[in-house]
Write a protein of this length. Structure first.
Length: 374
């Protein structure tokens, strides 16, 4: 995952709006952030598949048994319908995560009550960062069906774009675009029919300097297709595209890339996301997101979601990105931000999972989690 870099560091605001007309979608890579660890460095947690649907055949309609004569006093039966699913009441906390594993295994640890109440009990995104086509549908479905049963909205993160992270710490993903398209088809098949938020490929549009012109065009086409496929599979899916963060690319540059990747089309996009795995303050990210959306154009309903998992104290001085000291949890995840154009505050990066300095990259580190929660 991307954190912060060079002079413009981890997650803040870009001063001023740069018109997309001034640079194409591939210009302006000069402020590349340093890359931090991502969940792809670990295998995804095993997710129990939902019980299979019965395939038992319906009773034959061709049997010609004589119909009993209705009694004059008998009332006609009304056809019964399955009850409507409950309305979504909030964001979903999936029951399988590293922090929950730690809480269950360390009931007597003095850090446990704070970590449990302030991190483990909060809804967070579920990442799908390993390229496993054979199991991806059932694993996504396990999350979305669990959320549907709870009447809540899950947040899922497909993270398998080819040449992910430009060969950095989060290297991996599908071997080529064709394989990625197939993986996306399988991913979309698990989205169900209820509301679900899709944070599509963090860093995929912010970090492109390792790609040549043809590879960039292929990536844009693959991401545009991914959004269309997911919204066709589940029209209630809300798909958000990578806008990096406010200390990375200028708003106009990022908007041009987003437009090339289909993020301005209602057929593939509901808007953008910012600040994933970073620390910039929410107000700065909201202002940046609005500038990107203004430069992007597209339907008026496009919005933004912001990762607030670790931005309670803002970005550290000097652009430090790897488990910096003094950071705190940000706003709790919510679908009601009270901010125009900001659809949700989400915990996309799971608090307490290390960038690689206070623990192994991508692993839950209780000391770090306690520091964030205290």
């Amino acid at each position: 995952m991307v954190a912060a870099a060079s002079v413009v560091a981890t997650v803040g605001t870009v001063a001023g709006l740069v018109s997309a007309l001034d640079s194409g979608p591939d210009g302006g890579d000069e402020a590349r952030p340093t890359v931090s660890a991502s969940p792809s460095l670990l295998p995804m947690p095993a997710v129990t598949n939902p019980p299979p649907t019965s395939n038992s055949p319906s009773p034959s309609r061709s049997s010609k048994k004589p119909k009993p004569k209705a009694s004059p006093s008998a009332r006609p039966r009304r056809a019964t319908r399955a009850p409507a699913p409950p309305p979504a009441t909030g964001l979903y906390r999936h029951g399988d995560s590293q922090v929950l594993d730690w809480v269950r295994a360390n009931r007597s640890d003095p850090r446990r009550p704070l970590i449990e109440s302030r991190i483990a009990d909060r809804p967070a995104a579920v990442w799908f960062a390993d390229f496993t086509p054979a199991t991806i549908t059932s694993r996504v479905r396990a999350v979305t069906s669990g959320a549907a049963a709870a009447g809540q909205v899950p947040v899922v993160v497909p993270y398998a774009i080819p040449q992910r992270d430009c060969g950095g710490a989060s290297d991996g993903g599908a071997p080529d675009v064709g394989a990625y398209d197939d993986w996306i088809d399988r991913f979309a098949a698990g989205l169900g029919s209820r509301e679900v938020i899709v944070v599509l490929e963090p860093d995929a549009l912010s970090q492109t300097e390792c790609l040549d012109a043809g590879q960039r065009a292929d990536r844009y086409a693959a991401l545009a297709r991914a959004g269309r496929v997911m919204k066709a599979a589940n029209p209630r899916a809300r798909v958000y595209y990578d806008a990096g963060h406010s200390d990375w690319n200028p708003a106009g540059t990022q908007a041009a890339r987003l437009r090339a990747a289909g993020a301005a089309s209602a057929a593939s996009s509901d808007g953008i996301f910012t600040n994933v795995s970073n620390f910039n303050r929410t107000a700065d990210e909201a202002a940046y997101a609005r500038r990107v959306l203004a430069a992007l154009g597209g339907p008026s309903g496009l919005g933004a979601v912001i990762d607030t998992s670790r931005n309670g104290n803002g970005a550290p001085a000097g652009g430090e990105w790897c488990d910096p000291d003094g950071r705190k949890l940000g706003q709790a995840p919510t679908l009601r931000t009270g901010e125009s154009g900001i659809d949700a505050y989400l915990w996309v990066k799971l608090p307490g999972e290390s960038d690689g300095c206070k623990g192994e990259p991508g692993t839950f580190t209780p000391d770090y989690a306690y520091e964030l929660a205290d």
